[in-house]
Design a protein. Structure first.
Length: 270
C-alpha cells in the first residue's frame, strides 16, 4: 500500500495513512475510498499497530465528493437509473463503511488536517479520537447553500455533538468557512498548530496515545457515546459498573505498581 490514492506506512507501532490525490484536493474518489477501506482492514488485523494518523498531501485535506466524476456519470446514466441512486449506493457500499470503520478501529485515531476540509471532508477530518489542524486549514460545509443537499459523512452527527446545534446549523446554512483557530476555540478540534509543525505534532500525539492501555480506548469511546443519550443517573451507574470491572484488570494493576515504584506504567498492546 505504498502507492496509489492512499499511502500507508508504519513507524514503531504508529500507522500513517496519507490521502494522496493532492493535485485534486483529495476528493472522496472511488479509489481513495477503496484505499481507506484497505487501511481499515490492515489496522484491524495487524496487532502491532497501536495508533493511526490520518492526514493528506497537497493544499487540501479532503474536498469531499468528486463532483467532476458525478458530472460525467450523470451524462452516462442508464435508463431508469439516476445520479442520486448511484450516490446512495456508493455511500452505502463505501462512504459510510469508511467513516464507521475509522470510527470503530481498536486503536486511537489522530487526524492531522493539513488544509481545507470541505463537504464530506469535514466529516472525515473529525473522525479521529483527537483532531489537530494546521493554522491555514479551514472547515467548510457547502451542501445547503451551494448544492441544495444535506451534509453527509456524519457531519451533522459530529457537529451537533461537538459545537452544538446552533453553531453547526450556522455553518450548514451559511456555508461560512470556519478557520482552524476558530475550530479549536469552539471545541470542534483538539488543537491548531503552525503548518510546519503539524506532522511532527500529530506523530507525537499518536505516539503518546499508542502507549495507552489498548482496551481503554474502546472503553473511553463507549463512555462518551453513552453520555450523549444517558440521563445523569444512568451515566453514573454505567461509570460504576465499568470501574468495578476495570479495576480488577491487568492495566489497573500495572498502573498501581508503577505508582508505588515511581515509574511510568508499561501497558500491554492489543
Amino acid at each position: 500500500m505504498s502507492e496509489g490514492s492512499v499511502l500507508f506506512e508504519i513507524h514503531d507501532g504508529v500507522a500513517v495513512a496519507t490521502l494522496n490525490e493532492g493535485e485534486r484536493m483529495n476528493p472522496l474518489s472511488a479509489s481513495l475510498q477503496a484505499g481507506l477501506l484497505e487501511v481499515i482492514a490492515h489496522v484491524r488485523t495487524d496487532r502491532s499497530i497501536r495508533a493511526l494518523v490520518l492526514t493528506a498531501r497537497g493544499r487540501g485535506f479532503c474536498s469531499g465528493a468528486d463532483l467532476k466524476d458525478f458530472s460525467q456519470r450523470a451524462a452516462q446514466m442508464a435508463p431508469g437509473d439516476s445520479l442520486g441512486r448511484y450516490v446512495g449506493r456508493m455511500m452505502g457500499e463505501t462512504g459510510n463503511p469508511v467513516f464507521h470503520g475509522l470510527r470503530t478501529l481498536p486503536v486511537p485515531v489522530v487526524c492531522a488536517v493539513n488544509g481545507a476540509a470541505a463537504g464530506g471532508g469535514f466529516g472525515l477530518a473529525l473522525v479521529g479520537d483527537m483532531v489537530i489542524a494546521a493554522r491555514s486549514a479551514f472547515f467548510y460545509l457547502p451542501f445547503v447553500p451551494a448544492l441544495g443537499i444535506v451534509p453527509d459523512f456524519a457531519a451533522t452527527w459530529l457537529g451537533a455533538r461537538t459545537v452544538g446545534r446552533a453553531r453547526i446549523a450556522g455553518l450548514m446554512l451559511t456555508g461560512r468557512r470556519l478557520s482552524a483557530d476558530k475550530a479549536a476555540e469552539w471545541g470542534l478540534i483538539w488543537d491548531c498548530v503552525d503548518d510546519d509543525r503539524l506532522q511532527e505534532e500529530a506523530m507525537a500525539l499518536a505516539t503518546q496515545l499508542a502507549a495507552l492501555p489498548a482496551h481503554a480506548i474502546l472503553e473511553a469511546r463507549a463512555m462518551l457515546d453513552a453520555a450523549e443519550r444517558n440521563s445523569l443517573e444512568a451515566q453514573l451507574e454505567l461509570e460504576r459498573q465499568r470501574q468495578a470491572a476495570l479495576i480488577d484488570g491487568e492495566s489497573f494493576a500495572e498502573g498501581m505498581r508503577a505508582f508505588v515504584e515511581r515509574r511510568k506504567p508499561v501497558f500491554r498492546g492489543r
